[in-house]
Design a binder for this molecule. Sequence first.
Ligand SMILES: [Zn+2]
Length: 329
Amino acid sequence: MAMAKAAARGRTFKSIEECVAALGRLEDAEPQTRALCEMNLEFFRPLGIPKKGDWLAEKKESGQTYSTYSRRMKPPLTPSKHTDTVLLVPFGKSFGEGVAQVFLPHLVEYCRAFFVGMEVVCVEKPLSLAKMQKRSNDFGHDQFLIGDIFEALNTQTRSYRKAYCRLGITMEDIYPGEEWNYVFGQAKPLERVGVFSFARHSPYFYSGLHASQVPSLKEGAGWLRASMHTMVHETCHMFGILHCVYFQCLMNGNNGPGDSAGRHSPFGTKKWGRRGVSERGRGRGGAGGRAGGGGGGVGVGGTKSKGKPLATASRPGLTLKSVTFRSQL
Ligand SMILES: [Zn+2]
């Protein structure tokens, strides 16, 4: 119904026919799966025409159909009993205090609920950021180069042999290269490493308060929710999923809190509905790739233009107790 209304308005980014085709052929799917995908046509809204400043207004992304994705998803690119773990890797000494320690158990549980069939392991001791390239952001806080974090993931977590993918988590602001102001996160699918930051999701970030200095978690629900979504977005990239250009979806590219895409549905149907996570494997940077130090990575959030800070995405008044987990799995 939503698709029909959008079609009637003629404002979808892709045609309704393209959106339906992106779901792939359902004839051979199990009845339960077919019902899920068909039902999602009611629940997941197609993307509208991007507005100025939106990710899709600035990036040419060809998208990824389920068929394209599933053709690539074959062993040895898929997880196996020998590589069945999503490894979460905290970075920075500030991770050992404050909100990070409150959020971490929720992040781990969310990750477990989302990636059914995978083990989720969190490295106990945060890795150091001391030797990594950094600069100062507009608020005088350290901002760390993502490429160095990727390097650390590749070299310092080798003992976790069952790790299918490795995701860095940090409370520090991050950037992929000099031409970027920031990103919320980024992943390199070929290396199956990624990173995401709590920093810009903080309701106090644009007041100049570092994430580790937030005195109260009164507004923590929106912060945590945004962090969870960025976490699984980047992790999905490591499972070979590119940005969605069909539906309002967790896998939309996003230029920040003001972006009109991806704010309604945590995940579209076209790449997730019909196979378990164990069938997923790595992909290529491809259409979602970005310039900069990440080299072929795909990410979420961020801007190249030095401009007025964007408004935050917090939801005042919510507390941690009222967090609603929006996972569709
Ligand atoms: Zn992304």
